[in-house]
Write a protein that binds this ligand. Structure first.
Ligand SMILES: C[S@@+](CC[C@H](N)C(=O)[O-])C[C@H]1O[C@@H](n2cnc3c(N)ncnc32)[C@H](O)[C@@H]1O
Length: 182
């Protein structure tokens, strides 16, 4: 598995990196590189049925909260150390990243070539680097900052990890969130 995530705009010879690329999960998914920062994505290398376990998530290491890490409990963030770091966010996600079972699970039927995306607030309470979402889903939350900033009504539409479910319960259903996030 590639040990570290390298931002494309830090690579001097992006073509050489693409040529040398060896998928960390051959036959399951692979990175499709695109020009510009953060435009690359992970796509399926085969069809998956809804609820199928795509892979077990292994080889992770704890690390400080960053745009590359996944929150796995109230205070633990991990680096994925594999192509999984190229999973983009979508408000209509194709996969669930189950941090309790440490599994990547198909959230819908997926065809070969489809982007693999998960709903980042399903694991992230308060993200290190929020971003405006370009997923284009009908019910897009527009600004992705973490579960803390979304209404309970919105969060109820998604699979969420146990630490996020607990934090939402503690917050209560009527927490004040920005009007654009309701
Ligand atoms: C770990 S990277 C995922 C891979 C990234 N697309 C790349 O090419 O390096 C996470 C970053 O990708 C970008 N990203 C992921 N999903 C996005 C979305 N739906 N809308 C806008 N940016 C997104 C954000 O900049 C986010 O901080």
């Amino acid at each position: 598995m590639p040990a570290t995530y390298v931002k494309e705009d830090t690579i001097t010879d992006a073509e050489a990196v693409k040529k040398a690329y060896k998928p960390s999960h051959p036959g399951l998914f692979e990175i499709v590189y695109a020009e510009g920062s953060f435009n690359s994505q992970l796509v399926a290398s085969k069809d998956f049925n809804k609820d199928e376990v795509i892979c077990v998530i292994e080889g992770t290491t704890p690390g400080p909260k960053k745009y590359t890490t996944v929150q796995v409990s109230r205070d633990l963030h991990i680096e994925l150390n594999s192509d999984l770091v190229f999973l983009n966010h979508s408000c209509d996600p194709s996969v669930s990243l189950d941090t309790d079972k440490m599994q990547l699970i198909a959230a819908k039927d997926i065809k070969k070539g489809d982007p693999l995306t998960f709903f980042y607030p399903s694991s992230e309470w308060e993200m290190d680097q929020p971003f405006p979402c370009w997923c284009g889903a009908q019910k897009c939350s527009k600004s992705i900052q973490g579960a803390k900033f979304l209404s309970t009504e919105t969060m109820d539409r998604y699979f969420v990890a146990s630490h996020i479910a607990e934090l939402l319960k503690e917050r209560g259903p009527d927490a004040a969130v920005a009007p654009s996030q309701k």
